[in-house]
Design a protein around this ligand. Structure first.
Ligand SMILES: Nc1ncnc2c1ncn2[C@@H]1O[C@H](COP(=O)(O)OP(=O)(O)OP(=O)(O)O)[C@@H](O)[C@H]1O
Ligand SMILES: [Zn+2]
Length: 483
């Protein structure tokens, strides 16, 4: 049996064979760091985490790189609004990324390159493309000339004619893109509008376009051809199409052997996104601040919600679906925490996981990572284990032999772990200084009375980040407890 993956490039499932048997190389497009991550981002990174965990379980060693886009108009706008440097905004949301993503049991990448650390590599790449005649520079902007790249459109399946027909005729004389020779051409380097956040370059002061960063970082960190390139389906065109055009024009080698794309988390059928304003942050879900379902959601229930759907399909976010995932996690959690030592089992020989369960699990995941089928199997296993436990514990009876019970229990624990579903230890509570907290609460109260709400919110957030929950009661009383 071999692992098959759906390759967006060939539009079919293909057996997975890495370039180098010893190490799979994998790159996924990371977040643009200008705000907290939402559930759509969580889905994407849970998906890649499972690909990585599964490959490792199948015996591959995986080198996984995920970037942070720390140059972008949205980051600049946020920095301006808050009178901060772009780097401060980026640093803040990189920290927020780890704060929110790690509780979801997503393993850290091997490397997290930032665009601002790769400006020289970006220059080199653009210069090399310039030398090969793929780019043109106009007034400090540098564009990629897509008509020079014969394979342009191969990933998204769009022809240049279709792209041209779809492109609106730009008439705005202030639009910098008006300088392009062809509508589908895209910017590799953008002339600086102000001195802020601009880098010197052979074409004048400016900053890189979005697409070139991934080509440069993949090349710098993983080499000319990688095994797996991942990202959301919304990135196929133009982002990934442009990555291919940039990298392959230079090397004449495939940039990635397998292109994997996750489906979107949707709300009422529409992509969850910042710009549409229909997003729910991971933080709000974990903290019980999602208004439609205001109670803290276990990070493993979020993971389960994501994995119950096939990674390529859209996934609609509703309170009912989250509630179902919570119940599902409850069942799994109970089975994962059964204490078999209470059952006076005969001393166990070897407790290998049950081979039939392992085989079923592998068959499901080998089929383009069908986590939904794998989970259905794990639920059956969990229910069987719970029944057996209660039968033995309360009725002094049994249906499975001791060894069958232990092997099935091992299978559940190990296979759930491949999906990153694990019972997490709650972080150790720190010793609290009650007087200090009371004093902070008083300062918060004073700030509120003085209508300094930004300050009072800041104190609340500070306490919350320390695991202190504040409950404001009628009459101005405030209670608190450590969670
Ligand atoms: N609703 C979603 N469902 C699944 N994946 C998503 C969703 N939104 C973003 N992603 C994926 O998350 C990764 C990081 O996205 P990025 O930071 O570029 O956010 P984005 O697409 O700009 O989000 P937004 O539109 O909310 O600003 C990308 O691979 C993107 O495809
Ligand atoms: Zn990218």
């Amino acid at each position: 049996m071999s692992l098959t993956l759906y390759n967006t490039l060939t539009r079919r499932k293909e057996p997975f064979t890495p370039l180098n048997r010893d190490q799979v190389t994998m790159y996924c497009c990371g977040v643009t760091v200008y705000d907290d991550c939402h559930l759509g981002h969580a889905r994407s990174y849970i998906g890649w985490d499972v690909v990585r965990r599964y490959l490792q379980w199948r015996g591959y060693s995986v080198r996984y790189v995920q970037n942070f886009t720390d140059i972008d108009d949205k980051i600049l706008n946020r920095a301006k609004a808050e009178k901060l440097a772009m780097k401060d905004v980026a640093d803040r949301y990189i920290a927020a990324y780890f704060r929110d993503i790690r509780p979801l049991n997503i393993l850290d990448a091997d490397e997290y390159p930032r665009v601002t650390d790769h400006i020289p590599e970006i220059h080199q790449l653009i210069q090399a493309l310039e030398a090969k005649g793929y780019v043109y520079a106009i007034e400090g902007d540098v564009y990629y000339d897509v008509r020079q790249f014969a394979d342009y459109g191969k990933l998204s399946g769009r022809s240049l004619n279709q792209m041209q027909a779809g492109a609106s005729r730009r008439v705005d004389p202030n639009d910098p893109e008006r300088k392009k020779r062809y509508p589908a051409d895209f910017a590799l380097w953008k002339a600086a509008k102000s001195d802020e956040s601009a880098w010197d370059s052979p074409w004048g002061k400016g900053r890189p376009g979005w697409h070139i960063e991934c080509s440069a970082m993949i090349r710098a960190r993983l080499g000319g051809t990688i095994d797996i390139h991942g990202g959301g389906g919304d990135l196929i065109f133009p982002h990934h199409e442009n990555e291919i055009a940039q990298s392959e024009a230079l090397t004449d080698q495939p940039l990635a052997r397998y292109w994997l794309h996750n489906g979107m988390v949707t709300v009422n059928g529409e992509k969850m996104s910042k710009s549409l304003g229909n997003f729910t942050t991971i933080r709000d879900l974990l903290d019980g601040k999602w208004l439609e379902y205001p109670r803290p959601i276990d990070p493993m229930a979020i993971r389960l919600f994501v994995l119950q759907a096939h990674y390529r399909k859209p996934l609609d976010f509703t309170p009912n679906a989250i509630e179902a995932a919570e119940k599902g996690w409850q069942t799994l959690k109970e089975a994962l925490s059964l204490d078999l030592q209470l059952l006076n089992l005969s001393p166990q020989i070897l407790s290998q996981p049950d081979s039939a369960s392992v085989e079923q699990f592998q068959t499901a995941l080998d089929d383009d990572l069908n986590t939904a089928t794998a989970l259905a199997m794990l639920f059956e296993l969990a229910k069987l284990l719970k029944r057996e436990f209660y039968l033995r514990y309360y009725c002094e009876s049994h249906k499975l032999s001791d060894i069958q019970l232990v092997q099935r229990s091992q299978a559940l624990i190990q296979l759930a772990q491949v999906l990153g579903l694990e019972i997490q230890q709650s972080p150790a509570k720190f010793a609290i200084d009650a007087d200090w907290i009371e004093a902070r609460l008083q300062q918060r109260q004073q700030a509120r009375q003085a209508r300094q709400y930004a300050e009072s919110d800041r104190i609340r957030d500070e306490l919350q980040s320390m695991g202190i929950t504040i409950i404001d009661q009628p009459g101005g009383l405030t209670r608190w407890h450590q969670t």
